[in-house]
Ligand binder design. Sequence first.
Ligand code: ATP
Ligand code: MG
Length: 450
Amino acid sequence: MSTRIFLPSDVAALIARLQKHGFAAYAVGGCVRDSLRGVVPHDWDVTTAATPEQITAVFADHRTITVGAQHGTVAVVTDERTVEITTFRTESGYTDSRHPDTVTFVADINADLARRDFTVNAMAYNEQDGLADPFGGQEDLANGILRCVGDAVTRFSEDALRILRGLRFAATLPLRIAPETAHALHETRDRLHNIAAERIAVELTKLLCGQNVLPVLQEYRDVLAVVIPEIAATFDFDQRNPHHCYDVYMHTLHAIDAAPSDPIVRWAVLLHDIGKPHTFTVDEDGIGHFKGHAAVGAPMAEEILTRLRMSRDTVQTVTTLVKAHDRQIPPTEPAVKRALGRFGESLLRDLIAVKHADNDAHALYATERRAQWQAVETVLNRVSEKEACFSLKDLAVKGSDITALGVSAGPIVGKILKHLLNEVIDGQIENDRHALLTRLHALLNEGVFF
Ligand code: ATP
Ligand code: MG
């Protein structure tokens, strides 16, 4: 593994400026880890012996934002990015499993690296001194191992968010969790009750979008159940159905594995069958059914996501997908246009992605169903390219055209517009203003609506 790390010029300049003022400074954490993996870091963090006041003074000619003076972080804005510069520090006394009681600024990089969560995250680098790696992070990275810095039970007990961070790194990076770290993840999982819901949501979302979600959530389902207790009812839940080769939970994990790495789609897939255990029936042939599970699961999903303080938009979108995941859409233009009118294009595409993922995790008929949903997708591509009309707002006549003909305003106007929209969607008439007004006259003369 290469040890050469290329600091972007603005980051190198920040570090050089701190050094020139007599303060040790390094790039640290995820950016060093990702550079060593040969991946371009998405952000750069710097750690230094300078205190927040000293950092602010050294960068008096830059825009600086004090992120948390007591935690020793100042964000410095360069032409390229915002770099968080944090003072070397040690932390102690985590009585709430969440925040350190005491933060002490220190002069030594190794003391700062010791407070970091995992060995692969506890490395620092500058051009002068090279890599600071007191806990063997580089070797763990080369061997694909995620390991706590120090005693794992202690580290997870200090700050329980590290439990989810650990699962997140195992799900997103090619790393296996070291045995003692794995043991500690299970043992300390209940400490997650101390962590704020929004921080849990952020980590879970990142975790869900990883490449290795399946093995991680299979092995650590007990941890997942601490933050989403409703999911436990799906564990080992035998579907007693020939269409399914997995229990409800393993079906869910295989479906996540088959889904694109998109937060909304992955959340919807995680929760799509959450209602199943509550709707289970067995028929006279001994076959299991889950009638209405999507309708039961939707409010459960809404409650879970609201509890996790996800945005209103996310809650609504995911809940709609859970509710609709069982829906059939024939691959015809009218059906796809109606679905477009109901869901909008973006949500309909998400729904198709959920459908594909769900189908791919079934035992039987997956290929057949995949072909059917691919056909829906093909029709959708055609329809959306044509800027076709599929909702009232696209219709070439408006409510005012109807009231202008003497129909008094009220629900009847909406009923007439919907009738015209249906005729357009079914291809009986063009979405053309003149044609629609002519048709409107005819309908009113026939007295169809009165
Ligand atoms: P990402 O790729 O998500 O940015 P990262 O490792 O950079 O991963 P950050 O949340 O940006 O994660 O944190 C930066 C660094 O701070 C980490 O690499 C780690 O050294 C340290 N760190 C962050 N959170 C914790 C924590 N809860 N406990 C201990 N160290 C932490
Ligand atoms: Mg980072």
